[in-house]
Design a protein around this ligand. Structure first.
Ligand code: TNX
Length: 506
C-alpha cells in the first residue's frame, strides 16, 4: 500500500474503529447500465447513515433500508431529504424507469423523473454494496462504496417472467420470493399462467366450482391449490410496491380441462370429464355456444376487477381441439370482454389468426410468421422464443434429471443470453418489440428448489436482454459478471444452476 493510502486507512480506522472493506466494483452490475463513469475514492456507509426520500415516496426509501437493516445492524432511518443517501425526483432525468446515480465523498444521490426510476436506482446501489449485505447474517461495517456516476434507462418496457401455477401450484409466499428477485434485476412483469388442463388457480366468485373442483389437484396428482381473490389482490399489491405489474392469464379456448371438469355446461356432451393430471397438451376445448360465452365474459370481468394493471392475457395457444371458425368466435368474445373491462388484450402468437392488431400484444413462442403477421397489423410483440428463453428447457444433456424438457432444444446459459430481441423475427422492427419474457412452464417442475434451478441464472440474462442497450451487451463480459453474482444469489437465498460455462465467485 502506498504511504498516503496507508495513512488514510489509519485515519479511517481512527475515525470509525475498523477499516471499511474493499468496495464492490462498478464493473459487475447486472443488468449492465447505459453508461458508467467511475470516479476516485469512496463514500463510506456507516452506522449513522440516513436515507432521504421525497414526500409520498418514503416507501422506496424504507425498502432500501429494509434490505440493509438486518445485515448491517444500522437503523437507517428514512427522513426528508437531503440525507446521506438521497432519493430525489427530477423531471430532467429521462424515461419512466430511468435514473441517475451519483456516489460522491459525502453521499449517494439517486435522481429520477418517476418513482420507478428511484426504485431501480436503489437496486443498483445494492449491487454497489457487498453481496453479503443482501442476506440476513450480520456483517461488520462500515461499508465503502466507490465513487462514480451512472445514467441508466431500459431498452424495452416489458421485461417479464411467466410462472405456470396451473401445472404445479405455487403459493403466494413462493411467488413473492420471485417478485423480490425480479425487482433486484429490474424485471417488471410477472405473468401468471393461472388456468390450464391440470388446474384452475384463481377464485371466481360467480363460478365457485372452478376452484372447488378445478383446483383440487395438479400434474402428478398432488394437492394443487388456488388463490382467493384476496390472496391475488395482496400479491398484486406486493408486486406493485416493487414496480412489478402482474399480468393474469386465463387460457382460452384450449387448455381448459380444469374448467371443463368444474362446469358441465362448458362441454358439448354436457358431462364434466374427470380432472387431468398428465402432461399432454392440446386435449381440451370449450364448447362453442352461449354458456361458454357467458363464462368467458364473467371470468374476464372478475379478473379485470381485481387487476389494476392494464393487461389481461387470454391465452389462445394450441387450441387444437377447437375448429378454426369457433376459434375466431371465441377470440371475438374474449376481445369484447377485455375491451369492456378497459384492459389491453395480450395473447399467445396464435392470436394472429384472429387478426390481432393495433393496441394488442402477442407473445411469440414458436412460429415467427404469426408474430410478424400481427405486428404487420399494428400489434406489438413480446419475445419468448422457446429455444432461447423457455425456462423449462434443460440446460444440457446432463443437467437436473427429471426436471425440465428439451422439445425446443437444450438451452445453456450462453444461448439463452446470446441473441438480440430486435433482430430475432424477420420483418418485425425494434419499434414493434415490447420486450422479452421468460416462461417457466411447470409440467416437470414441482417445487421451488427445482424452479430456482431452472429460473436462475437464466432469468438474469433475460433481464439484461430487456434492460441493457444492445451496444452494452457482450457474452463474455456477461458470463464474467454473472459469476460475480453467485454470492449475491446465495445471499438472497436463491438456488441456481451452477453452469460450467461460468466461473462462479465463492
Ligand atoms: C408449449 S408455449 C405450451 C405450454 C407448455 C410448454 C412446455 C405455449 C403457449 N404452450 O402449454 O407448457 O410448451 O414447454
Amino acid at each position: 500500500m502506498p504511504a498516503l493510502g496507508r495513512l488514510s486507512a489509519v485515519l479511517l480506522m481512527a475515525a470509525c474503529g475498523a477499516p471499511p472493506r474493499a468496495p464492490e466494483p462498478w464493473t459487475s452490475l447486472l443488468p449492465q447500465p447505459q453508461s458508467v463513469t467511475p470516479g476516485r475514492g469512496t463514500f463510506v456507509l456507516g452506522s449513522d447513515a440516513t436515507i432521504g426520500a421525497p414526500p409520498g415516496l418514503e416507501g422506496i426509501g424504507e425498502q432500501l433500508a429494509a434490505a440493509l437493516r438486518a445485515s448491517t445492524g444500522y437503523a437507517l432511518p428514512v427522513r426528508p431529504p437531503p440525507q446521506a443517501i438521497t432519493l430525489e425526483l427530477d423531471p430532467s432525468v429521462s424515461g419512466d424507469e430511468g435514473y441517475q446515480l451519483t456516489v460522491g465523498s459525502n453521499g449517494v444521490r439517486i435522481q429520477a423523473a418517476q418513482p420507478a426510476g428511484l426504485f431501480y436506482g436503489t437496486q443498483t446501489l445494492l449491487q454497489l454494496l457487498p453481496a453479503e449485505l443482501e442476506g440476513s447474517a450480520r456483517q461488520r461495517g462500515p461499508f465503502a462504496i466507490s465513487q462514480g456516476t451512472l445514467r441508466d434507462a431500459p431498452r424495452f418496457p416489458w421485461r417479464g417472467l411467466m410462472i405456470d401455477v396451473a401445472r404445479h401450484f405455487f403459493t403466494p409466499g413462493e411467488l413473492r420470493r420471485y417478485v423480490d428477485a425480479m425487482a433486484r434485476y429490474k424485471l417488471n412483469r410477472l405473468h401468471l399462467h393461472l388456468t390450464d388442463d391440470q388446474g384452475w388457480r384463481l377464485e371466481i366468485t360467480s363460478r365457485p366450482t372452478l376452484t372447488q373442483v378445478g383446483a383440487a389437484t395438479e400434474v402428478g396428482g398432488g394437492p394443487g391449490g388456488f388463490y382467493t381473490q384476496g390472496d391475488y389482490a395482496a400479491l398484486v399489491q406486493y408486486a406493485a410496491e416493487r414496480f412489478v405489474t402482474v399480468v393474469p392469464e386465463v387460457d382460452l379456448p384450449g387448455h381448459t380441462g380444469a374448467a371443463l371438469s368444474s362446469l358441465p355446461e362448458l362441454n358439448c356432451s354436457g358431462v364434466a370429464p374427470p380432472l387431468y393430471t398428465g402432461t399432454m397438451v392440446g386435449l381440451s376445448s370449450l364448447c362453442p355456444g352461449p354458456a361458454s360465452d357467458q363464462f368467458i365474459a364473467d371470468v374476464i370481468r372478475e379478473v379485470a376487477a381485481i387487476t389494476p394493471g392494464p393487461f389481461l392475457h387470454v391465452g389462445g395457444d394450441e387450441a387444437k381441439m377447437t375448429a378454426p371458425a369457433d376459434y375466431l368466435a371465441f377470440e371475438a368474445t374474449a376481445r369484447a370482454a377485455v375491451a369492456d373491462a378497459g384492459k389491453q388484450l395480450v395473447g399467445w402468437e396464435e392470436l394472429a389468426r384472429a387478426d390481432a392488431g393495433a393496441g394488442e400484444v402477442v407473445q411469440h413462442w414458436a412460429d415467427p410468421s404469426l408474430a410478424a403477421a400481427a405486428t404487420g397489423n399494428g400489434a406489438r410483440v413480446i419475445l419468448s422464443p422457446a429455444q432461447r428463453v423457455y425456462l423449462d428447457m434443460q440446460y444440457a444433456q446432463d443437467t437436473p434429471k427429471g426436471v425440465g424438457t428439451f422439445w425446443a432444444g437444450f438451452v445453456p446459459v450462453s444461448l439463452s443470453y446470446d441473441w438480440d430481441p430486435a433482430a430475432w423475427l424477420m420483418g418485425v422492427p425494434e419499434s414493434a418489440v415490447l420486450g422479452v419474457e421468460a416462461p417457466a412452464w411447470t409440467e416437470t417442475i414441482a417445487d421451488t428448489s427445482a424452479l430456482d434451478e431452472m429460473v436462475f441464472p437464466r432469468l438474469l440474462g433475460v433481464a439484461e436482454l430487456g434492460w441493457s442497450p444492445a451496444s452494452a451487451r457482450d457474452l463474455k463480459d456477461y458470463l464474467r459478471r454473472l459469476g460475480a453474482h453467485g454470492p449475491r444469489l446465495r445471499a438472497q437465498g436463491l438456488g441456481f444452476y451452477a453452469s460450467p460455462q461460468v466461473r462462479w465467485a465463492q
